[in-house]
Design a binder for this molecule. Structure first.
Ligand SMILES: Nc1ncnc2c1ncn2[C@@H]1O[C@H](COP(=O)(O)OP(=O)(O)O)[C@@H](O)[C@H]1O
Ligand SMILES: [Mg+2]
Length: 313
């Protein structure tokens, strides 16, 4: 989509950060464009360090970076005006309501009293904290706290937001909701997003572009579609249980295709000869009286990048 269209939103050159003997970031040169960019890597990979450097909260050991055309060394004031930040750790005063907190953050960014109240109410509604916004945040669930953190990052109408592990501590349903929100920030509001996760596969659905860090080094940076390159394999799922799955698998094997069960599905290797796998599956399913639930290319996953990448000690 908007991948690297126009000038980069973020650009780094040889960015390096040492904490004493710990090499948190090593010679990182990377560009981030418009849209949603996923920054993934295991715990300790350097994701939060990178964000803090870009915000001017930490000084790099060496290297340069710019955010929205502003140099991090000289213009961190401008950067913080244009950028929203959802920190990784809890930063919410427990005795304060989300409404008061977000209004306060809006006032801090320079909005007048009534504009701040209006803007806070809007943004709290967008993140789904309408009902609970007058309650003290100390009593919030993790999901509600994450939403309040997200709201304060958006309240001053930034052009770019850094979301550091927004799904941390959430159950699967809340995780999906949060990821949907992240995607909407990019698509509906046109705000560039840099979002981190230590769960490698989590961001592939919502990111236009993915940057992978490994032990402070850049492992890869590419459009999400390039990660999920076609493997040539097809995945088929039929209505029923393992019995139905295996009936289809055996019938495909009889026609000379190599296939194996994969969970509730059958994975079919690319055929050696010029067989139309799509048509064959459809015809066989009809012949066997099996209902087809899905038939799609097996696109692989982001985790595979790590399997392929040379593991470092
Ligand atoms: N203030 C600090 N002092 C010393 N080491 C730190 C500090 N902050 C982070 N580190 C170390 O730097 C590395 C990168 O950390 P971090 O940027 O927090 O990674 P991530 O956010 O990807 O989990 C880790 O080895 C971490 O232990
Ligand atoms: Mg972190």
């Amino acid at each position: 989509m908007g991948d690297l269209a126009g000038p980069p939103v973020i650009s780094t050159a040889g960015l390096t950060k040492h904490y004493g003997t710990v090499h948190a970031l090593t010679d990182l040169t990377v560009e981030v464009g418009a849209g949603v960019t996923g920054l993934v890597g295991a715990n300790g990979a350097g994701k939060s360090t990178l964000i803090k450097i870009l915000l001017g909260l930490l000084e790099p050991t060496s290297g340069r970076a710019s955010v929205l055309g502003h140099d991090i060394e000289h213009d961190s004031h401008d950067i913080r005006r244009l950028v929203g930040y959802m920190p990784e750790h809890d930063c919410l005063p427990p005795d304060t309501s989300a409404s008061d907190f977000v209004v306060h953050m809006a006032r801090m960014s320079g909005l007048g009293a009534s504009a701040a109240r209006e803007r806070a109410a809007d943004v709290l509604r967008h993140v789904g904290l309408e009902e609970e916004r007058y309650r003290p945040m100390g009593g919030y669930s993790t999901g509600m706290k994450q939403r309040a953190k997200l709201a304060q990052a958006l309240v001053h109408d930034p052009r770019l937001v850094f979301l550091d592990e927004p799904t941390n501590g959430l159950d699967p349903a809340a995780r999906t909701d949060m990821l949907r929100l992240v995607q909407r920030i990019g698509t509906d509001f046109g705000i560039a997003v840099l979002v981190t996760s230590h769960l490698l596969g989590e961001l592939e659905r919502v990111s236009d572009h993915v940057i992978v860090l490994d032990g402070g080094h850049l492992l890869r940076s590419s459009a999400t579609g390039d990660f999920l390159r076609r493997t040539g394999r097809m995945l088929v799922e039929v209505v029923g249980t393992e019995t139905e799955r295996d009936r289809l698998g055996q019938a495909l094997a009889q026609r000379g295709l190599t296939c194996r069960p994969r969970g509730t599905m059958v994975a079919i290797d690319p055929p050696a000869s010029d067989v139309a796998v799509h048509d064959l599956v459809r015809d066989l399913a009809a012949e066997l009286g099996l209902g087809l639930m899905r038939l799609e290319p097996d696109r692989g996953h982001l985790e595979d990048v790590f399997m392929e990448g040379a593991p470092r000690a």
